[in-house]
Ligand binder design. Structure first.
Ligand code: IPE
Ligand code: IPE
Ligand code: MG
Length: 237
C-alpha cells in the first residue's frame, strides 16, 4: 500500500503488541518462541517506523498484570528484554531515536534496571523521534503513582488540574497518542495509557504482532487519516 504525501499523520502512535503466544501456537512451538519473534519484530518495527517522521511511538511490551503468568514465561520475557537492549540501542543511535521507559523500574531485576538506565542514557540526546518502551507498565498504577507524587510534594488541591496531573505521568511533556493500535484480535485497552488515550483513535486488527508489517501499519495510518476527530465539539462546516 502506498501512502500519499498529503496523508494526515498522527504525532504519537501507541501499539499493544499482542498475539505472540498464538503466533507460536499456530506453529506448534512454545510461547517463548513467539515472544522471541515478537521482540525481534519490535526492533525491526522501530527501524521501519523512523521513516515516517512521526515523533512518538509507544510500545506495550509487558504489563503490570503480566507478572501473573507462569514464572518461566516471565523470566523468558525478561531475558529477551535484556538480550535485545543492546541491539535496540544500536538501531536507535543509527536512526537518531531516543529510547524512553514507561513503567516502574523497581520490580525489574537489578541487572535489567542498570542496562535499561544505560540504554536511556546512551540515546538521551537523540532528537528525530522518541520510542517509549512500556515494561512493567500499568495505566492505573501510573495514575496512582502520579497522585502519590503530587501529595508528597504538598501541592494544594486547587492547583491540581488535568495539565498539572499529566506532568506527573511517565509521558510528561509528550503529546497524547492520536492513534492507538492493538494487534492480536482483542478489543480492549488492557491498562495501556488509559489516561492518555482518552481521545485516541482506536484501531484493532486480528493480525498477530509478529506478522504486523509495514503494509498493515500503512493501512492503519490510512484509516486514521480518514477519521474525523471532534474531541467533544462539532465538526467544522
Ligand atoms: C503479547 O503477546 C506479549 C505480552 C503480553 C508479553 P501474548 O503473550 O499476550 O500473546 P497471546 O495473546 O497469548 O497470543
Ligand atoms: C497486553 O496483552 C499487554 C501487552 C501486549 C504487553 P495481554 O495479552 O496481557 O492482555 P489481555 O490479558 O489479553 O488483556
Ligand atoms: Mg495476549
Amino acid at each position: 500500500m502506498k501512502l500519499s504525501k498529503e496523508i494526515k499523520l498522527p504525532r504519537h502512535v501507541a501499539i499493544i503488541m499482542d498475539g505472540n503466544g498464538r503466533w507460536a501456537k499456530k506453529r506448534h512451538k512454545p510461547r517463548l518462541f513467539g515472544h522471541r519473534q515478537g521482540a525481534l519484530h519490535a526492533r525491526d518495527f522501530i527501524e521501519m517506523f523512523a521513516q515516517y517522521k512521526i515523533p512518538y511511538l509507544s510500545l506495550y511490551a509487558f504489563s503490570t498484570e503480566n507478572w501473573n503468568r507462569p514464572i518461566a514465561e516471565v523470566q523468558g520475557i525478561l531475558k529477551l528484554l535484556e538480550d535485545n537492549l543492546e541491539e535496540t540501542v544500536k538501531i536507535a543511535n543509527e536512526k537518531n531515536i531516543r529510547i524512553n521507559h514507561l513503567g516502574n523500574p523497581d520490580r525489574l531485576p537489578r541487572n535489567i534496571q542498570l542496562k535499561a538506565k544505560e540504554a536511556l542514557e546512551a540515546t538521551r540526546n537523540n532528537t528525530a523521534l522518541t520510542v517509549n518502551i512500556a515494561f512493567n507498565y500499568g495505566g492505573r498504577s501510573e495514575i496512582v503513582a502520579a497522585a502519590r507524587k503530587i501529595m508528597d510534594e504538598h501541592i494544594p488541591s486547587d492547583d491540581v488540574d488535568e495539565n498539572l496531573f499529566s506532568r506527573y505521568l511517565y509521558t510528561n511533556g509528550m503529546p497524547d497518542p492520536d492513534l492507538f493500535i492493538r494487534t492480536g484480535d482483542e478489543m480492549r485497552l488492557s491498562n495501556f495509557l488509559i489516561w492518555q488515550a482518552a481521545y485516541a483513535e482506536l484501531y484493532f486488527t486480528p493480525i498477530l504482532w509478529p506478522d504486523f508489517g509495514k503494509h498493515d501499519f500503512d493501512k492503519a495510518l490510512k484509516i486514521y487519516s480518514k477519521r474525523q476527530r471532534r474531541f467533544g465539539g462539532l465538526e467544522s462546516l
